[in-house]
Design a protein around this ligand. Structure first.
Ligand code: ZN
Length: 134
């Protein structure tokens, strides 16, 4: 089953945007995390069953830096929670979607993640994520 896990928002500065979203949502973020593989810092806000993930680039070659340069701040991706990321990737590939990460990688928030290319999803970057069970 696919359900929305979080919405990722690209920001220039977590230091500026985390307090802004705290004001907006009436609560503070519950954690920040550095994701070395993506060269980003993240801050997570919990909203019921869903989350908002703010993403700031930590290097010029970060995907978030490239996004900010091209489009500016804003919604970056929608993340779907799946039970079995490998089988979902296989299913979506067979349906004709373009997969960016054929092999899921370690993302933020204790998740395996893989992205679908926005050119196959009406311009929306889609992240699939699966909780890593320890
Ligand atoms: Zn995400």
């Amino acid at each position: 089953m696919i359900k929305i896990e979080h919405i990722g928002i690209a920001v220039e500065s977590l230091e500026a945007s985390a307090p802004l979203f705290s004001k907006l949502l009436g609560k503070t973020h519950y954690k920040t995390e550095h994701v070395a593989g993506e060269k980003v810092n993240t801050a997570f806000f919990k909203l019921g069953d869903h989350k908002i993930e703010l993403l700031e680039a930590t290097a010029a070659e970060s995907p978030i830096a490239k996004f900010l340069n091209a489009k500016g701040e804003g919604v970056h991706h929608i993340a779907f929670d799946v039970d079995d990321i490998a089988s979902e990737l296989k299913r979506l590939k067979s349906e004709g979607f373009e997969i960016i990460n054929d092999t899921p990688k370690i993302g933020a928030d204790n998740k395996l993640v893989a992205f679908l290319h926005p050119k196959s999803t009406n311009g929306v970057l889609i992240e699939l994520c699966q909780e890593i069970k320890s």
